[in-house]
Design a protein around this ligand. Structure first.
Ligand code: C2E
Ligand code: CA
Ligand code: CA
Length: 286
C-alpha cells in the first residue's frame, strides 16, 4: 500500500470509529461432540462510504501502527457485551470470543478494565474468551502477567492461528491458555495429507494433556469436519458450519443448525489412513 492510500485508509478509520460505521459479525464455534453452540467469534466489519468494504486484515494492523487500536478494542468490547445481553434476553446462552491485539495487553490495567466493563453490564466474565496471536515483536510470553490476571478473573484465553508464525508448543505449557485454535492451513488438507493429519492429532493430544481444548478453524467441507472430529478436536468453526452472521441472525441459525447436524456426522466410517499420500519415509527406509 502506498503512503497516500494508507493515509486515506487511516482517515477513514478514524472517522468510522467516531461515526459508528464499524459493526461486528459473529461466527459460531460448535461442539464436535453434539453440534451444540459453545462460542461465537466476533469479527469486525468496516464498510466505508467511499472505499467500500475494507478487510480487517488491512485496517487492524494500521490501527495498531497508528495508535488507534485501543479505541477499536474498547468499541469492540462494548459492542460484544451489549450483544451478549441481547442474546441472553432472547434465551441464548453462549460465550463470545473476541480478538485482541497483543498491544492492548501492554496496559497494566487492561484486565481490570475488562472486568469492570463486564460487571457494569452484568455479563459474567466466564462468558468472554480472548483470542490472541503470537507476533514477531510481541512474544506472548512477555504478557504472562496480563494473561494470568485475565484467567484469575475467569476470562478464557485462546491462542489463535496455532502452528503458523511464531506460536510454539512451549507457549502452551508456559502460558495460562484455555484453548488452542488450530490454523486453517492445517485443517484445509487434513482429509488428504498425512502430515496435516499428524499435526492436528499431535496438537489436539497435547492440548488435552495440558487441560486445554482444541478448535479446528476454517472448516469448509464435510470431509474436513469428519476428520478433525475423528482426530479428537473439541470445537469446529468455518464456512461449513456458518459464515460470520449478524447478531440477530444467531437464534434462527441455532434452530436450523440443530436439524442439519446429524447429517453432517452421518456415515462416520472414515478411512482415516486410507486415500492419503504415501508415507514419505517409505522411500528411504530399508
Ligand atoms: P482470525 O481471528 O483468524 O479470524 C478468522 C478469519 O477467517 C475471519 O476473517 C473469518 O471470516 C475467516 N473464516 C471463517 N471461516 C472460514 C472458512 O471456513 N474458510 C476461510 N477461508 N476463512 C474463514 P476476517 O473476518 O477477515 O478476519 C481476519 C482477521 O482479522 C482475524 O483473523 C483477526 O485476526 C482479525 N480481526 C477480525 N476482527 C477483529 C477485531 O475485532 N479485533 C482485532 N484486533 N482483530 C480482528
Ligand atoms: Ca480469531
Ligand atoms: Ca484464526
Amino acid at each position: 500500500m502506498n503512503a497516500v492510500a494508507e493515509l486515506q485508509l487511516l482517515n477513514g478509520l478514524q472517522q468510522a470509529l467516531g461515526e459508528q460505521q464499524l459493526h461486528m459479525v459473529y461466527q459460531p464455534k460448535v461442539s464436535l461432540r453434539d453440534g451444540g453452540l459453545r462460542q461465537v467469534e466476533a469479527l469486525v466489519r468496516w464498510n466505508d462510504p467511499e472505499l467500500g468494504p475494507v478487510k480487517p486484515s488491512m485496517f487492524v494492523p494500521l490501527a495498531e501502527e497508528h495508535g488507534l487500536i485501543d479505541e477499536l478494542t474498547f468499541w469492540g468490547l462494548r459492542t460484544i457485551l451489549r450483544q451478549w445481553l441481547d442474546w441472553r434476553d432472547a434465551g441464548l446462552d453462549t460465550c463470545i470470543a473476541f480478538n485482541i491485539s497483543a498491544l492492548s495487553l501492554q496496559h497494566l490495567d487492561f484486565p481490570d478494565l475488562v472486568e469492570r466493563m463486564c460487571r457494569g453490564l452484568d455479563v459474567p466474565t466466564e462468558k468472554i474468551v480472548l483470542e490472541l496471536t503470537e507476533g514477531a515483536t510481541q512474544p506472548l510470553v512477555k504478557l504472562m502477567d496480563a494473561l494470568t490476571r485475565f484467567r484469575i478473573k475467569g476470562i478464557g484465553l485462546a491462542i489463535d492461528d496455532f502452528g503458523t508464525g511464531y506460536s510454539s508448543l512451549m507457549q502452551l505449557r508456559q502460558l495460562p491458555f484455555t484453548e488452542v485454535k488450530i490454523d486453517q492451513a492445517f485443517v484445509a488438507d487434513v482429509p488428504h495429507s498425512r502430515d496435516s493429519r499428524l499435526i492436528v492429532q499431535a496438537v489436539t493430544e497435547l492440548a488435552h494433556g495440558l487441560g486445554l481444548f482444541a478448535t479446528a478453524e476454517g472448516v469448509e467441507t464435510i470431509d474436513q469436519l469428519r476428520t478433525v472430529r475423528e482426530l479428537g478436536c473439541d470445537l469446529v468453526q468455518g464456512y461449513l458450519v456458518s459464515a460470520p452472521i449478524e447478531g440477530k441472525a444467531l437464534k434462527p441459525w441455532v434452530q436450523k443448525f440443530r436439524r442439519a447436524w446429524p447429517a453432517m456426522i452421518a456415515e462416520e466410517k472414515l478411512a482415516l489412513w486410507g486415500d492419503i499420500e504415501t508415507d514419505p519415509r517409505s522411500e528411504w527406509q530399508i
